[in-house]
Design a protein around this ligand. Structure first.
Ligand code: ZN
Ligand code: ZN
Length: 446
């Protein structure tokens, strides 16, 4: 037999995945569903074929959609490898979060199980003459809106109103309701009126940028580089002290220690927080690329509240300190922290007396309140960030310099007024943009 070697025919159709190398890359789950449509078989039959390929038997009620095949766990690896083997289409792991497996902890990627989608993306797919498909970004619970159409993702059918109708069924045609068959590209009235939070938009864009880089072999995720990046942030921004870093991110100091010394890895949610607080893109953070990074100017000063406005009570009274102490301990576990002043008010006491007689618990209350205030301020910066980014780009686009006055013309007052140290934040935003711009000019201009 001297026949020349040819490409062996693939068992399954060699469908070309959509959007590889872009923020709109298709998810493996979508690819799998389209493959079932292409072969005119149910998803159950196709999942059996795939399971047979890797030598598993499949129960009659096998829930393929419970496998998180587009995630970062073993199932994603098994399914993408099997589908690559059966379709002859290489690199199907690019349709999952697997490329970031080393830098997102195993339980650190939470998958949105009920199947969310952007109806305008489906409408656009049809208008462009392509089959509607599910974006990989939609699989992450961190993504709650579509950054292109600036609307919240939905999991309800606009025709029948049912929930979870995107893909959890035996017969799935991506873009059409698995319950009533209606097109999911129709926008419901309630959806139209919903506003998108700037922070959600920022997160969706960060994850989009991350996914767009998956096809680029120059960008690899490597745990030691990623941990190196975190170490660099901690040492540059906080002189190597883990405590202020962990406070800023809102996690325990021991968690940071665990990442740095014991081989732990942050979740995607925490990495997004780090990216937001330290002015680095999620992609650069996870790929450990901080060569262009400049630490943002951090404001560590906190309002300490020991008010002297109240005068000491004149009438002496007998105080039951055991009961006061019990009350203070109970305040410590309130879901929303309260200030020492508020605790004093509730106990009809003076803050100073509390500090004097119930010192430890009162200080604990004070610390808890300070942390709470700090986190609230940080949340405001995260919320304002996308507004400031757009405003800076607009101002630059007009060839002007970013000043407080120019910003005031473009960003709603209520957004600005909540930002502590606006000028410092603006500096961070501009530095961040300058870095991202050199990486992806076209995306930002668009
Ligand atoms: Zn969309
Ligand atoms: Zn429906």
């Amino acid at each position: 037999m001297n026949r020349p070697l040819t490409n062996p025919r693939s068992t399954l159709h060699a469908l070309i995945p959509f959007g590889v190398g872009t923020a709109d890359v298709e998810s493996l789950l979508s690819y799998f569903c389209r493959l079932a449509v292409s072969h005119s078989v149910s998803t159950l039959i196709l999942s059996r074929t795939i399971a047979q390929h890797f030598g598993h038997s499949v129960a009659a009620n096998f829930d393929w959609h419970e496998r998180q095949i587009a995630g970062i766990r073993e199932s994603a690896l098994t399914w993408s490898a099997a589908l690559s083997a059966l379709t002859s289409v290489q690199n199907l792991d690019n349709l999952t979060f697997l490329p970031w497996r080393e830098v997102i902890s195993q339980n650190g990627l939470s998958i949105f199980k009920r199947g969310q989608f952007c109806s305008d993306c489906f409408t656009e797919d049809v208008a462009c003459g392509r089959q509607p498909y599910f974006r990989l970004a939609w699989e992450s619970t961190e993504v709650t809106c579509c950054p292109i159409h600036r609307k919240p993702l939905s999991c309800d059918c606009p025709s029948c109103g049912k929930n979870n109708v995107r893909h959890a069924a035996a017969v799935v045609v991506p873009g059409w309701c698995t319950h009533c068959g209606g097109f999911l590209g129709e926008t419901t009235k309630s959806e139209k009126s919903q506003e998108v939070e700037p922070a959600s938009l920022w997160k969706a864009r960060q994850i989009g940028e991350l996914l767009a880089s998956q096809d680029n072999l120059a960008i690899t995720s490597n745990r030691s580089q990623f941990i190196g990046a975190i170490t660099q942030i901690v040492s540059t921004a906080h002189g190597g002290k883990a405590a202020p870093f962990s406070r800023r991110i809102g996690i325990a100091k021991s968690t940071v220690h665990h990442w740095l010394k014991e081989g732990g890895t942050p979740s995607l949610e925490i990495s997004l927080k780090i990216a937001a607080h330290y002015g680095v893109s999620l992609k650069n953070l996870l790929s450990g690329e901080l060569s262009q990074w400049q630490p943002p100017a951090l404001d560590e000063q906190l309002a300490f509240e020991l008010s002297s406005s109240q005068t000491l009570r004149n009438a002496p009274r007998t105080i039951d300190w055991t009961s006061i102490e019990e009350n203070l301990v109970a305040f410590l576990s309130l879901p929303t922290p309260i200030s020492v002043l508020e605790a004093a008010r509730r106990l009809d006491m003076e803050a100073r007396q509390l500090y004097l007689r119930a010192n430890k618990t009162t200080r604990q209350l004070g610390e808890r309140w300070k942390d709470h205030l700090k986190r609230k301020q940080e949340a405001k910066v995260v919320a304002a960030w996308p507004y400031l980014e757009y405003a800076c780009l607009e101002i630059w686009g007009e060839g002007k310099t970013v000043t407080r006055r120019e910003i005031l013309k473009r960003v709603p007052e209520e957004v600005l007024s909540s930002v502590p140290n606006l000028l410092n934040v603006l500096k961070e935003v501009q530095e961040h943009l300058q870095q991202s711009e050199s990486l992806s000019k076209s995306e930002l201009v668009a």
